[in-house]
Design a protein around this ligand. Structure first.
Ligand SMILES: Cc1cc2nc3c(=O)[nH]c(=O)nc-3n(C[C@H](O)[C@H](O)[C@H](O)COP(=O)(O)OP(=O)(O)OC[C@H]3O[C@@H](n4cnc5c(N)ncnc54)[C@H](O)[C@@H]3O)c2cc1C
Ligand SMILES: NC(=O)c1ccc[n+]([C@@H]2O[C@H](COP(=O)([O-])OP(=O)(O)OC[C@H]3O[C@@H](n4cnc5c(N)ncnc54)[C@H](O)[C@@H]3O)[C@@H](O)[C@H]2O)c1
Length: 480
């Protein structure tokens, strides 16, 4: 680091923050601070090292390991699947660690970029101090310091058998039995992975049902599938974990009627949410406005707020400030922040209207827009038209002998505006994309269904039929 003169740009966080260093900064001075991923010190943030990418690299082998069961339904006998965890793990991290390391080396080589591999704390909106005491300031700043797993304040979470998403993917062996605490994205994705690879999975959730934040029909359908695929216990809260004489974890759970229940497992995975790292960067102490859930407050241009007013040239992006903690949202915000840093006189707004997401569990879930309950509240239940299309009622669904796939689309029956879509089943994250497209570009359901050819008999006919099933008016000169 070069003490004294301010940098042109300071960035905290090498996840989405790393992509802000565009060629515009080639003749300027940039400082990028990242303390590294806990336990490995890896460069490049959550998605690459401990998030989206490695989890989905586990989802694929887990799906393959399930194929004998699916094949048998279609009359094909495959031999029993045998997952080789060390090989799966080493293939995944063999690729990821190399990419992370290459990213670090590239940044270190750049003359105009100083990389600080230390924890930093804001000393003001445009300045920070490193853990070793060096100070830096900059004309412009982006805070992209992400989020971290919530660790419940109960005894035993420090035991070596107890993991979060940051450590579970590097364990030495596939656990025979895993206890997963939580009923959201991370818990459900890992339940799908470990059950597919052959572990006995017990998932416990505080409330009744899994993925309760979703449309109620999809949450209920998913919960029923999960209950069929692995063991699920509801209304259990973790009270602590101890180690037994055989080195296994014994989780103590409080039931809804106050009893203590014990579950013994090889490993315990805690997946009960993530909190923004605003406290870890000292955002409140630096005078920035913080939402009650810990997110740094930003305006529509992603400028941080101080006493309700935007701070020029200081931005926050990604999990530290976004309501949805999703990589595609963080990426979009990085593009907006990159533009606004380079064009302070022509700021662009962030686009948060149509945000989709997928949960890569077994089955996979995808959603965009309002749930049916939210849509009813927003436009009135009497104005809704809703179609739930079963995969099993399409030609490709017959080919798959599909048993549970559904896509539900919700629209305003007065004008065909698509308000939301929710799907569960094979490749639902792909099948939903035409609806994301239609919603993003303001295309009504009638036109989206009939204004294009749909390849027959592709699985995408699920999406076509869901749209065709809505009771919406044909616009003037509608496609036939
Ligand atoms: C298991 C898992 C699976 C996921 N799967 C998906 C998915 O499939 N699809 C999807 O869209 N999203 C997924 N997500 C969410 C996604 O990973 C995040 O939304 C995204 O990575 C956030 O990016 P970011 O740039 O805000 O933060 P990060 O990528 O977390 O970057 C923040 C960086 O800041 C550093 N940092 C923090 N505090 C300091 C400090 N004080 N000083 C210096 N450095 C600091 C951290 O070390 C980190 O490298 C997943 C998350 C997890 C945990
Ligand atoms: N595919 C994806 O896009 C993907 C995958 C993983 C994570 N993520 C992102 O990461 C975020 C965090 O994921 P997550 O699964 O940890 O959080 P989550 O908010 O999705 O789910 C948290 C779960 O933990 C439960 N819970 C909360 N506090 C609890 C407590 N004290 N005891 C017991 N249970 C408790 C909640 O009821 C909920 O079921 C997600 O919201 C999502 O934005 C996205």
């Amino acid at each position: 680091m070069r003490p004294g003169t301010p940098y042109d740009l300071a960035i905290i966080g090498s996840g989405s923050g790393n992509s802000l260093i565009t060629p515009y900064w080639d003749d300027k001075r940039v400082v990028l601070a990242d303390q590294g991923i806990p336990h490995t010190g890896a460069f490049g943030g959550t998605c690459l090292n401990v998030g989206c990418i490695p989890t989905k690299m586990y989802v694929r082998p887990a799906a393959l390991a399930r194929s004998p069961e699916e094949a048998a339904r279609l009359g094909v006998e495959l031999c029993e699947a045998q997952a080789d965890w060390p090989r799966i793990r080493d293939r995944i991290f063999g690729r990821i660690d190399a990419i992370s390391e290459a990213g670090r080396e590239y940044r270190e080589r750049l003359e105009h970029v100083d990389l600080i591999s230390e924890r930093v704390t804001l000393t003001g909106p445009r300045s920070f101090r490193t853990a070793s005491g060096a100070e830096a300031s900059a004309e412009q700043m982006v805070i992209a310091a992400g989020s971290r797993p919530v660790i419940p304040e109960v005894p035993g979470t420090g035991l070596p058998q107890v993991h979060t998403s940051e450590t579970i993917m590097r364990i030495p062996q596939l656990p025979e039995k895993i206890l997963i605490v939580g009923g959201g994205y991370i818990a459900c994705e890992f339940a799908g992975i470990f059950s597919g690879l052959g572990s006995e999975v017990i998932q416990v959730n505080r409330s009744v049902g899994l993925m309760n934040q979703l449309d109620a029909e999809i949450a209920a359908a998913y919960s029923a599938q999960a209950e069929a695929n692995w063991t699920v216990h509801y209304q259990r809260t973790l009270a602590g974990v101890v180690e037994d004489a055989h080195g296994r974890a014994v989780a103590q759970l409080v039931t809804s009627d106050g009893r203590i229940e014990e579950i013994t497992a090889d490993v315990v995975l805690l997946a009960i949410g993530r909190v923004p790292n605003s406290d870890a960067v000292g955002a409140a102490e630096a005078g920035l406005d913080i939402h009650p859930d810990g997110r740094i407050a930003v305006d529509e241009y992603l400028r941080v707020q101080q006493d309700g007013a935007p701070v020029e040239g200081v931005y926050a992006i990604g999990d530290i400030s976004s309501p949805p903690m999703l990589k595609h949202v963080a990426n979009h915000e990085a593009r907006v922040a990159a533009h606004n840093l380079e064009h302070p006189q022509h700021l662009r707004r962030v686009r948060h209207e149509v945000i989709p997401a997928a949960i890569f569990s077994h089955p996979e879930i995808a959603h965009v827009g309002l749930t049916e309950d939210q849509a009813a509240q927003q436009v009135g239940a009497e104005h809704l038209t809703v179609k739930t299309q079963r995969y099993a009622d399409t030609a490709y669904g017959w080919a798959m002998e599909d048993q549970y796939g559904i896509m539900k689309v919700i629209a305003d029956s007065r004008n065909g505006q698509i308000l939301g879509a929710h799907a569960m089943g094979y490749h639902s994250s792909n099948l939903i994309q035409p609806i994301i497209h239609a919603m993003s570009f303001g295309q009504d359901a009638y036109t989206a269904a009939r204004g294009q050819y749909w390849i027959h008999p592709a699985l995408m006919e699920v999406t076509e039929n869901a749209l065709l099933g809505l009771d919406v008016p044909a616009p003037p000169d509608a496609p036939l």
